[in-house]
Each structure stands twice: as C-alpha cells, then as structure tokens.
Write a new protein. Structure first.
Length: 391
C-alpha cells in the first residue's frame, strides 16, 4: 500500500473546486468574536472608507492580486489586497468560459444566491463582494490565513483526539446551522475546511450546495470526490442532509486514522467498499470515537446519526461546551504559524503559492452582465457594513 502522503498528494491533484457562501441578515447566533474588540488599523480604515463611499461599486481593479493560494478545476483562489483599505481577502476567480452554457452555470448561481441569503455563522467563510468582468466571475471572501486543514493533516499524518474533536465539533456546528436553513453542504472534505488566524474552522466552497432541501426533503444530482460519496449518492438514490453527516464521518476518520474509510487506490474498489464492505476501525482510537464513526458512517441514511442535537450528546463530544464553542471561546488546540507580513504564506502549499499570478486579473475590461444579478456588494444586501479582516 502506498504511503499516506502519496495518497494525500493524489487526492489533492484530484480535488474539485472551492467556493463558498455567506450570508447577511440578522445573525442567528450571537457573534462573540474577540477580534471585533481588536479593530486593527486596516479594519478601521476599511470601515472609514465604506462610510465615505457607501455605494461605490467594487471591481477587479480595486485589488492587488498577490499570490495564488488555491486552485480547482474551474479557477483559482488568490490572496488579494484592497488597494484603498489595505484589507486582505481571498478572491476566488472563475472563468466564465468554463461555466457558461453548462449546468455549472446554474451551480454558480446557486452558489451566489446561497452566499447572499443570510448565512452568518462563526465557522463559515463570509462573502464580502462579488463582481464580474467580460471573462471572469469574482468572489471576495474572508481570507483564512491558517490555510487548509488538509495541508496541516498532510504534514502531521494524524491528529490526536482532542484536536480532531475540536475541528469535528466546529464543523458539525456549521453543518447543523446550514441544515436549519434547509441547505445541504454536500461537499464536505478536508480541502474545504480552512483555519483562521487563531485556528478556528472556516468552511468554504459552496459550489455544490443544494438549496431548498429540508430535514426530510430530498434532491437529485451529485458531484464530488469519490471517497466522500455516501452509498445513497453512489447508488443515485435520493438523498438529504444525512450526506453531510457521512461527510463529517469521513473527515473525522481521516483526522484520526490518516486515510478515508473504505480507502482503495482503485476507484471502483473504493466504491464497492463504500457500498458493501463493513466498516472496520482499527484500535489506537478510543471506543467513543469508534462508536461515533460507526454512527456517522452508517450505510443506511435512515439509521445514520442525523441531527446536531444527537451528535452534541454523543460521549465522544462530552468534553465540548457547545455554547462556548459557538461563541469561539474554546481555545483552538493548534495555532497556525503567524505570518510576519501578509504575503508570507507559511500555511499554504507551495504547489499553489509558487504559481504565477495572472496579470489579467486586475484588468477591468468592459462592464459585462452576462451573469445577471451576480454582482454584489454588502450595500445591496441586508448587511450594510461588512466584517473585515477576520484573518
Ligand atoms: N482557499 C480557498 N478559499 C480560501 C480562503 N477563503 N482563504 C484562504 N485560503 C483559501
């Protein structure tokens, strides 16, 4: 069998896409964010700038594009600096030519409307702006300076249980929140779990989100990387929010064992394993963790653990204080290396950061509204003042 690092590298090459969502409106949970009390100079200047130019259109040329920090089949994610406010963001750029006239166009629209709806959760990446040029779509997002959880796990092989528990709890909290809004995340995988500066989770990439599905509702199509696909999706049966709890089981398994469950280097065998092979959990992981995994990785969705409230009561999570967790008062078990300057990308894979930054990114081109209704600033949403600099 190949080493874990090789498997992880291959998976990385296979990783589909990123994206996200976010929302506005009145927060469903209290935001107790210590950073709100430590407004930096650049945050203050961003706020001042927004007060001065409240309705100014945001466009591609307002940013300096500094480094590539992620890459998927549809585009790139770049670290960018807003020229006037000096605030750093992650900007996801999609080529219209790769999405136009395909089902993906609908997906992007779905993504955008999800982003706009009203998402406000401490463990979800926030969308600040979206805009378009004649060739590209841009999403301006929180910059998660701690990088991908995938990157950290790849370097450490496995995480000890307290650390895996903390990430699983923050992810579960975000999933439970999405489900209350009838949103299925669908694309939970390590590459979509980012860390902020302090080490808290930020889920990103809502490109595959399905809207309009409730706790008992079901929906149709699917796409995703094979090791994360639950049996009901592989069998093209209808599926619901239980797919996300399966996804959490896969991520937790990877954190504790270093590999996804049912893993095989042969895709068809892995699919067969997912459908037929009983889950086998090696010792070296606590009984409580194994019990939770067996409930999340239950092949029959009806029998799978399927509610945040159920999960919160599971003995694996007994050390977690859920109210404090949601308030970001539980200190993260790991603090990502702090960058000495914004361009110093210590938590990002050189596979990305060494890529050239396309020169065309800041070039506005003619105004183009092929994707009507796409462009967005916090001014035309319910949230008037964007939160800045949660990096
Ligand atoms: N990679 C993908 N999205 C990102 C984000 N918002 N921040 C940092 N890295 C990312």
């Amino acid at each position: 069998m190949r080493c874990v690092a090789a498997v992880m590298r291959d998976r990385k090459a296979d990783a589909s896409d990123f994206v996200l969502k976010l929302l506005s409106g009145s927060p469903a949970y209290p935001r107790v964010d210590s950073e709100e009390f430590e407004e930096t100079q650049s945050q203050a200047s961003a706020a001042a700038w927004n007060r001065k130019f409240p309705r100014r259109k945001v466009e591609a040329a307002h940013f300096d594009y500094l480094k590539v920090i992620g890459k998927g089949s549809f585009g790139k994610v770049l670290l960018a600096r807003h020229k006037e406010t000096d605030v750093h963001y992650a900007v996801k750029v999609l080529q219209k030519s790769t999405i136009q006239n395909t089902k993906q166009q609908g997906q992007v629209m779905c993504e955008r409307s999800v982003l706009l709806q009203t998402l406000d959760h401490p463990f979800l990446v926030r969308l600040h702006y979206s805009f378009q040029t004649s060739e590209k779509l841009y999403f301006v997002l929180d910059y998660a300076s701690g990088g991908e959880l995938f990157y950290h796990l790849q370097r450490e092989r496995v995480f000890l249980e307290p650390r895996a528990r903390f990430y699983a709890a923050e992810i579960a909290s975000a999933l439970g929140y999405l489900h209350t809004l009838r949103i299925i995340y669908r694309d939970l995988k390590l590459e979509n779990v980012l860390l902020d500066r302090q080490g808290h989770v930020l889920l990103t990439d809502f490109g595959l989100c399905k809207e309009g599905v409730g706790a008992t509702g079901h929906t149709g199509t699917f796409c995703g990387t094979p090791e994360y696909l639950p049996p009901e999706v592989l069998q093209q049966r209808e599926y619901g929010p239980a797919v996300d709890w399966w996804g959490l089981g896969v991520v937790l398994h990877e954190m504790l064992y270093g590999l996804p469950p049912f893993y095989s280097e042969h895709r068809s065998e892995m699919m067969r394993n997912i459908l037929q092979q009983p889950l086998s959990l090696g010792s070296g992981v606590s009984k409580r963790a194994r019990d939770l995994l067996s409930r999340l990785l239950q092949k029959e969705p009806e029998k799978r653990l399927h509610k945040l409230s159920e999960l919160e009561c599971h003995s694996f999570f007994s050390p977690i204080k859920w109210v404090e967790l949601l308030a970001k008062k539980v200190p993260p078990p790991f603090t990502p290396a702090q960058q000495t300057c914004p361009g110093d990308l210590v938590n990002f894979d050189p596979e990305f950061t060494e890529l050239p930054v396309p020169l065309s990114l800041g070039v506005c081109g003619e105004a183009d509204l092929t994707f009507s209704g796409f462009s967005y600033t916090c001014d035309n949403a319910a949230v008037v003042s964007p939160q800045h600099g949660k990096n």
